[in-house]
Ligand binder design. Structure first.
Ligand code: KG4
Ligand code: ZN
Length: 338
C-alpha cells in the first residue's frame, strides 16, 4: 500500500510516500526556516501563506520522487493536530481534495503520535516501550503501549525543551532554529564553564520537568554560575546549557526506566536529533535497554512519519471522513480509535 503523508503543522511543508509502512519511497521537506529567520521565530500568517504556495509542488515532487503516478497512491494521510491552525488547514484541505478526487481512503494523524512512531518505520520496536517526545512544543515521557495507545508519565510544567534551546539561542543571537546551532557550538565548548542549576526531581511527580528556571539562569544570570576562569564565549554558554538541559531529561528517563522495568526506549521529535541526547540515551544500552531513534531526517517534522503511522491505522480499518477539522490542541494521549 502506497500511502501519501502530508505534514504542514508548523514551518515545514512536507509530503512523503511510504510503502507498506516501512519503505520510504520519498520524503520531500520544504523548510520555511530561511523565511522566518528575520523574525527569529515562526510567524503563523507567513507559515500558512507559504504552505498554500508550496503544497501542490511539494506533493507532486513526493509522488515523482517515488517514481509513481498519482493513480498509484492508495491512501492519503495528513497531520490534523496539534499545530498552527492556519498551517494545518492548508495540508488538511489539500489532502481532502486529493482523496475525494482519487477516491482513496483518507486519514488524519496526530503529530505527537507521529513523532513517537517515527523510529518504528526504520527500526521496528516491540510494544510497549518507554517513549520520549522532545520537540519545539512538547517534552513528554510516556509509556507507548501501541501505536494508538500512549500513557503520559510526565511532561514539562512550563517550557518545552526545544523552546528553551530556541530562546537561549535567540537571546545570544546565535541563530534560528536554536537547537541545531547550540548542538554545533557545544562541540567546541566547555560544558562546565557555567554550572547552571537543574531542577530537582519532585518525588510526587518524578517524571515532570521544568525548563523555565534553566532558561532564565542562562539568559539572566550568567555571571552567577560562571566558573570564574573560562571564557564567556558562545561555545561555552551553549555547551554548559546543553549539558544541563540534556542531563535533567536523562535523569528522569533513567528513573522512568527503573520504575517501569521497561527494557525498550525510543525518542522522537526535533530535539531527538541532538547529538548529546542521542549519546547519553545510548548509554542505557549498557544496562540492557534497547534504544532507538529516528534517523535525523525523521526527527524533525516530515511527511514520512505521517504516512508510516497512517499505514498502521489503515491496516486496522480506520478511516476518517471529510468533516474532520484542524485542532491546535493535543489529544494524542487519548486512544483515538477504540
Ligand atoms: O519536531 P520539530 O521539528 O517541531 C515541533 O514539533 O516542534 O522540533 C523542532 C525543535 C526546535 O525547537 C529545534 O530547535 C529543535 O527541535 N532541534 C534541536 C536540534 N535539531 C532541532 N534541538 C537540539 N539539538 C538539535 N540538534
Ligand atoms: Zn514536530
Amino acid at each position: 500500500m502506497n500511502v501519501l503523508g502530508i505534514e504542514t503543522s508548523c514551518d515545514e511543508c512536507s509530503a512523503a510516500v511510504v510503502r507498506d509502512g516501512h519503505e520510504i519511497l520519498s520524503n520531500v521537506i520544504a523548510t520555511q526556516i530561511e523565511l522566518h529567520k528575520p523574525y527569529e521565530g515562526v510567524v503563523p500568517e507567513l507559515a500558512s501563506r507559504l504552505h498554500t504556495e508550496w503544497i501542490e509542488q511539494v506533493v507532486q515532487a513526493a509522488i515523482a520522487k517515488a517514481s509513481l503516478s498519482v493513480r498509484e497512491i492508495d491512501a492519503i494521510a495528513v497531520t490534523s493536530r496539534p499545530g498552527l491552525l492556519g498551517s494545518l488547514m492548508v495540508g488538511l484541505n489539500f489532502a481532502k481534495g486529493m482523496a475525494a478526487t482519487l477516491d482513496v481512503p483518507f486519514i488524519t494523524i496526530d503529530h505527537i503520535r507521529a513523532h513517537l512512531y517515527a523510529s518504528q518505520i526504520e527500526q521496528p520496536l516491540q510494544y510497549p516501550y518507554l517513549g520520549l517526545l522532545v520537540s519545539g512544543g512538547h517534552t513528554v515521557i510516556c509509556k507507548v503501549n501501541g501505536y494508538d495507545d500512549v500513557d503520559v508519565m510526565g511532561t514539562t510544567i512550563d517550557d518545552a525543551i526545544g523552546e528553551a534551546f530556541d530562546k537561549v539561542a535567540k537571546h545570544y543571537g546565535l541563530g534560528y532554529p536554536g537547537g541545531v546551532v547550540i548542538d554545533r557550538l557545544s562541540k567546541s565548548g566547555n560544558p562546565t564553564a557555567f554550572l547552571f542549576p537543574g531542577n530537582t526531581m519532585d518525588e510526587d511527580h518524578p517524571y515532570d520537568i521544568s525548563y523555565s528556571g534553566l532558561k532564565s539562569a542562562v539568559i539572566n544570570q550568567l555571571d552567577k554560575f560562571w566558573d570564574g576562569k573560562s571564557e564567556k564565549s558562545n561555545e561555552n554558554i551553549a555547551a554548559s546549557f546543553q549539558r544541563q538541559a540534556v542531563g535533567m531529561l536523562v535523569r528522569r528517563v533513567r528513573r522512568a526506566l527503573k520504575d517501569t522495568g521497561m527494557k525498550r526506549l525510543s525518542a522522537g521529535g526535533g530535539v531527538a536529533a541532538n547529538s548529546l541526547l542521542r549519546a547519553e540515551l545510548k548509554e542505557f544500552e549498557k544496562d540492557g535497554i534497547t534504544v532507538t531513534f529516528p534517523s535525523l531526517k525523521l526527527c524533525t517534522d516530515n511527511g514520512a512519519m505521517v504516512a508510516g503511522l497512517a499505514w498502521r491505522y489503515l491496516k486496522d480499518g480506520c478511516r476518517d471522513d471529510f468533516t474532520v477539522g484542524p485542532s491546535a490542541r493535543v489529544n494524542a494521549f487519548k486512544k483515538q480509535y477504540d
